[in-house]
Write a protein that binds this ligand. Structure first.
Ligand code: NAD
Ligand code: TYD
Length: 360
């Protein structure tokens, strides 16, 4: 896309990777982010001084602000990443998830609809509202169930996934009822540079580097389907260009791993990359399970492959190696995210309840 895109949540993990990619492709970006604990302007440092990256600190639920941004910048598309995104936090305190993921999405949709309805018919046809969602809306799979397709019924199990499901339904309804050209993507677990270290992979990398315990929930056999973030962003680019309004596209890595496999792989890679503190596996610690912990996610992404010609490029092993390298090389970034708020969360979530398991 070469025009202007209104990106929301573009200072977070996936949003910032998307903004960097789209700037490289010369899109003009208006980046609306209220900078919660998960938003970090260091993620966008490469864009400092670029006039075609306009960062605006603000909330997607602020109707007046969003209206002004539409009027002033006349975007060709909205890509909505803004969300509360961590399942454990949604169990701890669901309120902000309801507010941003549902109420915020509603306000953004309303302002998008109002702007879109005033466009010329040619611009209105070209306009897209791309809502970035998760595979977690589909619930949990049994060991031999077929991966989630776009037809799988919604069955969200956590306050996070329920709030994302609610926003997906609103986005769908705005297409069906008002004709707003919306598209929804439901993606599997992402990993890569700039992911906040509350999520599994960066938390394990950072803890291992610092010689801290690696807290694996329950039996460690829950399965996730992992996708490198740049592959996700490439898929979003393809959906913006060629996706059909009113449709949903599942995005996934075709890479199902148990959590303990992930942690063991991180430890093995760190043994090789930081041999001085090997073996990192001695730090693995099984802790109390997450409430309502979904057992397995897996995504059938044959539709986006077949219809839009997207395919994941990065293999998990090389993607994970590069990700670890990034965290090893970016100590300033790591220091910047370790605010008091981060330390408080880690202490509250993991403080003192670990059970060390002997792996000999
Ligand atoms: P993140 O938590 O790293 O980033 C979210 C960003 O949104 C932050 O910069 C935050 O400041 C901003 N934000 C939060 N509330 C806001 C508000 N009210 N107004 C404006 N900005 C606000 O999340 P992420 O991992 O980058 O995920 C981005 C999107 O992708 C989310 O919608 C998430 O549901 C979805 N998703 C994530 C994954 C994953 O594995 N991380 C997988 C599939 C889908
Ligand atoms: P997470 O990265 O929070 O993503 P999601 O819950 O959205 O899939 O967690 C990925 C998996 O890792 C999930 O099964 C929970 C598990 N997990 C742990 O075992 N220990 C941890 O400290 C964290 C954060 C997650």
């Amino acid at each position: 896309m070469s025009g202007t895109i209104l990106v929301t949540g573009g200072a977070g993990f996936i949003g910032s990777n998307f903004v960097l990619r789209e700037r490289f492709r010369k899109s003009r970006i208006v980046n609306l982010d209220c900078l919660t604990y998960a938003g970090n302007l260091l993620n966008l440092r490469e864009l400092e001084g670029e006039p075609d990256h306009i960062f605006v600190k603000g909330d997607i639920a602020d109707r007046g602000l969003v209206q002004r941004l539409f009027a002033q910048h006349r975007p060709e598309a909205v890509v909505n990443f803004a969300a509360e995104s961590h399942v454990d936090r949604s169990i701890d305190d669901p309120g902000s998830f309801i507010q941003t993921n549902i109420v915020g999405a509603y306000h953004l949709l309303e302002e998008a609809r109002s702007y879109w309805s005033g466009l010329s018919s040619q611009s209105a046809d070209r306009f897209r509202f791309l809502h970035v969602s998760t595979d977690e809306v589909y619930g949990s799979l049994g060991p031999s169930d077929h991966p989630f397709t776009e037809q799988t019924p919604y069955a969200p199990n956590s306050p996070y996934s329920a709030s994302k499901a609610a926003s997906d339904h609103l986005v769908r309804a705005y297409h069906h009822t008002f004709g707003l050209p919306t598209i929804i993507t439901n993606c599997s677990n992402n990993y890569g540079p700039r992911q906040f270290p509350e999520k599994l992979i960066p938390l394990m990398i950072l803890n291992a580097i610092e010689g801290k315990e690696l807290p694996v929930y329950g039996d460690g056999l829950n399965i996730r389907d992992w996708l490198q973030v740049e592959d996700h962003c490439a898929a979003l680019g393809v959906v913006l260009q060629r996706g059909r309004p009113g449709e949903t596209y599942n995005i996934g890595g075709g890479c199902q791993r148990t959590n303990i496999e992930i942690v063991n792989t991180i430890c093995a890679l760190l043994d090789e990359m930081v041999p001085g503190s090997a073996p990192h596996g001695r730090l693995i610690t099984f802790v109390e399970d997450r409430l309502g912990h979904d057992r397995r996610y897996a995504v059938d992404c044959s539709r986006i492959e077949r219809e839009l010609g997207w395919r994941a490029k990065e293999s998990f092993e090389s993607g994970l190696r590069k990700t670890i390298r990034w965290y090893l090389d970016n100590s300033q970034w790591i220091e910047s995210v370790k605010s008091g708020a981060y330390r408080d969360w880690i202490a509250k979530r993991y403080g003192g309840e670990a059970i060390v398991v002997d792996h000999q």
